[in-house]
Design a protein around this ligand. Structure first.
Ligand SMILES: Cc1ncc(COP(=O)(O)O)c(C=O)c1O
Length: 378
């Protein structure tokens, strides 16, 4: 048997990492400004994380959700405190798609409705309702095309009001900075008005913080820049630095019902130990401040490069979530960055380079990228 060939792959085998750097099987070092798609939050192979995971797996890696698991409570309280959501509840699963799936399901149990509003260019995952909420017809199979979702333009509150006024919308799901959609930013005024409309029409407001959350933008959650409190927040990616885990933070107005949601692997001992170590490291190393500081520096450098380089059309983003729109397809500069400069970056759409590095990235890493990027764009 061979792997099912759904991924276009670079001919590179990464076999070790440390901090913001990875090495291939030939020993070549790379600067990692992609973080394995925004997954590596505290840095590759962080000793404290390795120690926590190793200690837990040598004691107990997994036992089912039918018995007490004090680590889940510890993680919920810790995450509540660090994120500013101490009164919320935490449901743990294994991926981002599952987090959105469960949030949408809970919203529908809550108000009995079936319509979802989502943004144009949204990405919420590849399963059932999560993929229907994703604005990409190429990945929605006929079995998933169930007409639950209406996609609406970003920051156009009148378009959203028009649908919400019908009184039949179950939930609005929003990435406050769209990742796959190309680092498109939701504006504070739009989000605050959307919050008010959701309250008025008993619609649940869900923020998908799977890519933009967990400290990446220089605050714990991207929506915290916009001064709103959603009813549910979905997280994954950075929560456990590469170990598969997702979560839904749920407002106290949703009361849990035994058996309504569930999962075999979600919230297992190993994942909780890793996620607790991630929060310790984020706090001790002040990685959220670092994301803001290095992110601001990177944006400043990119804008001054833009003034000298006609290929850069726009620089967007917050903290260490940055999109660089080019006047040409991203393929050639991105491939040259990897092959010649040994720097990994992400991409989006046709012309956008996306930076999603580990939150421990330094000013020196930023300088190296700017020098290399200038070279491949010249
Ligand atoms: C904003 C957002 N939501 C959901 C997902 C889906 O997460 P997963 O691939 O863990 O299912 C992603 C993945 O890229 C994402 O960026």
């Amino acid at each position: 048997m061979e792997p099912f060939d759904v991924y276009p792959l670079f001919d590179i085998t990464i076999d070790r990492g440390a901090g913001c750097h990875v090495w291939d099987s030939n020993g070549q070092e790379y600067l990692d400004l992609y973080g394995g798609h925004a997954v590596i939050s505290v840095g590759h192979a962080h000793p404290r994380y390795v120690e926590a995971i190793s200690a837990q797996v040598s004691k107990l890696g997994f036992y089912s959700n039918s018995v007490q698991n004090p680590l889940q409570g510890k993680l919920a309280r810790r995450l509540g405190k660090v994120s500013g959501y101490e009164d919320y509840q935490l449901f743990l699963i294994n991926s981002g798609a599952e987090a959105n799936e469960n949030a949408l399901k809970l919203a529908s149990f809550h108000n009995g409705r079936t319509r979802i509003l989502s943004l144009e260019k949204a990405f919420h995952g590849r399963t059932s309702l999560a993929v229907e909420a994703t604005a990409n017809p190429r990945i929605i199979a006929p079995v998933n095309a169930n007409r639950h979702v209406t996609h609406l333009p970003i920051n156009d509150i009148e378009a959203w009001r028009h649908e919400l006024e019908k009184g039949d919308v179950c939930a609005c799901i929003v990435e406050c900075i769209q990742g796959v959609g190309g680092i498109r930013m939701v504006q504070a005024e739009f989000m605050q008005q959307l919050r008010r409309l959701c309250d008025e029409y008993d619609t649940v407001l869900i923020c998908d913080e799977i890519q933009c959350g967990y400290g990446r933008t220089g605050r714990f959650f991207a929506h915290q820049w916009l001064n709103v409190r959603p009813d549910m927040i979905t997280v994954a990616k950075g929560i456990c630095n590469g170990y598969p885990m997702g979560g839904v933070l749920i407002s106290p107005r949703f009361k849990p019902v035994h058996g309504q949601l569930g999962t075999t692997f979600g919230g297992n001992h190993l994942g909780c130990a890793g996620a607790l170590a991630v929060l310790d490291i984020i706090e001790e190393e002040r990685l959220i401040d670092n994301a803001r500081d290095v992110g601001d520096y990177m944006q400043t450098c990119l804008k001054s490069l833009q003034a000298r380089n006609r290929h850069i059309v726009e620089v967007r983003g917050r903290g260490l979530m940055i999109g660089i729109e080019l006047d040409m397809p991203y393929q050639e500069p991105r491939t040259r960055l990897i092959k010649e400069e040994h720097i990994f970056t992400g991409c989006s759409g046709t012309n956008t380079i996306r930076l999603l590095p580990p939150l421990c990235m330094t000013h020196e890493d930023a300088d190296r990228f700017i020098a290399s990027f200038g070279k491949v764009l010249s």
